[in-house]
Design a binder for this molecule. Structure first.
Ligand code: SF4
Length: 412
């Protein structure tokens, strides 16, 4: 029986699979539980109850009484019911893709110790039918959209679910699919799938890495993905070293004004200038530098607030803007002074998203779809991994814009 705590959790697998030093390193920093995490737990409870009602035979009476208990929680808000309804809608659609009613079970704890020492996890929903195992994870966060594609957390859950049900289903499950439902940020459900054989083969590659990360001390390997939410990211020396590793450019700085011949030579040899390939690398590094810098700023602010000294810095009151106190009293005062509503209020149409929420997608499309325009966006630099298709400058006429930008730069 797995314990209640494991150094390596599936949700941090994206970190320890890349930086095996992270679990032991992080353990020296206290883990904080936020209000958002508590809200997430409550939202999951609504989802679980809805699954039990929709697929597992929970009576309406029991369901209503359990829902009431959850609604008494001070963190409850009605959006939780809307999100749970979306989750159930997705699961219902998924269940209908099976030729016969699939087995469905919510909140299943799965043992992962075959892959991760002492590891375990909880699958929000397991669905099994035909020769397919489908697992769904509900995410309540709004920070960023989480993709199910190549997601190690989802794969680990799927391995655990396979293991748990192999006694019943043997090796009849030939395919595994994984989904992440994150209704508070997107109506698109992210899905990924693979054969069971491929998943098991992936699991074998995880074992030695998980052992190294669990045994410790592991190897530090800084990178955007793994450092982003690491508990010790602000003060990790390995990350700092990788951020400050720009000295190699020092030996290549131009010595002064170059003659035309020297400039041409520099272009060919690369001395004194950075190449386009290097520009790409530095841009990537720059993004990480900004993140690192912001992490350091928050760390320094907290340290100063805690009474510690950060040389060269102090805490001051930030800039604040004037704002209305009691709005009703402001309006009364303006009315009393003879100003009418037309003069003191701006009349503004709700945003497109607000109207869509008001009408619902169906009615919105019926009456407004032809009135919505989507102008082409300006060319924007994006990483190669970005899902959007690359623009072809030969096909898209951005020459004018490039000229405008150049003219602006030379005028600045
Ligand atoms: S900050 Fe980055 S390099 Fe340092 S331990 Fe965490 S994940 Fe590893």
């Amino acid at each position: 029986m797995p314990g209640t705590h494991s150094l390596l959790s599936p949700s941090s697998a994206h970190r320890w699979l890349l930086c095996t030093a992270a679990p032991h390193y992080e353990s020296q920093f206290p883990s904080t539980t936020s209000k958002f995490a508590a809200e997430g737990t409550l939202a999951h409870s609504f989802c679980e109850l809805n699954v039990r009602k929709a697929f597992c035979g929970m009576s309406t009476r029991k369901f209503n009484s359990e829902i009431k208990k959850l609604q008494a929680d001070p963190l409850y808000n009605p959006d939780m019911l809307t999100s749970a309804a979306f989750y159930i809608e997705y699961l219902t659609t998924k269940a209908n893709t099976y030729s016969s009613t699939p087995y469905i079970s919510p909140e299943e704890r799965v043992d992962l110790s075959e892959w991760i020492p002492g590891g375990f996890g909880t699958c929000d929903c397991i669905m099994i039918g035909n020769d397919v195992l489908h697992i769904t994870d509900y995410k309540n966060g709004v920070g960023e959209v989480v993709s199910a594609v190549d997601n190690p957390q989802m794969r680990l859950y799927a391995l655990g679910a396979l293991k748990k049900y192999e006694l019943i289903y043997g090796d009849t499950i030939k395919h595994v699919s994984m989904a992440i439902v994150q209704p508070r940020v997107t109506e698109d459900v992210s899905e990924d799938s693979m054969t069971t054989a491929d998943l098991l083969a992936w699991g074998e590659t995880v074992k030695p890495i998980a052992k190294e990360a669990s045994d410790g001390p592991g190897a530090f390997n800084p990178g955007a993905k793994q450092c982003r939410f690491c508990r010790g990211r602000e003060v990790c020396a390995a990350r700092a070293a990788s951020m400050l590793d720009l000295e190699k450019y020092m030996t290549r700085q131009p010595e002064g004004r170059l003659t035309q011949e020297q400039a041409a030579e520099a272009l060919i040899t690369g001395s004194g200038i950075i190449s386009d390939a290097e520009v790409g690398n530095i841009l990537k590094r720059g993004e990480q530098l900004v993140t690192w810098y912001n992490d350091l700023k928050s760390y320094a602010l907290q340290a100063l607030l805690d009474g510690r000294a950060i040389p060269g810095y102090k805490v001051v009151e930030g800039v604040s803007r004037r704002q209305w106190g009691d709005i009703d009293k402001v309006v009364d005062a303006l009315h009393a002074a003879g100003y009418e509503d037309a003069a003191i209020y701006n009349r503004e149409l709700k945003t497109l998203t607000g109207i869509e929420k008001l009408l619902g997608k169906k009615q919105f499309n019926e009456i407004l779809s032809t009135l919505v325009v989507k102008p082409a966006g300006k060319p924007t630099l994006a990483e190669e991994s970005d899902k959007r298709e690359a623009l072809n400058p030969a096909v898209n006429d951005f020459a004018d814009l490039a000229e405008t930008l150049n003219a602006k730069t030379s005028n600045d």
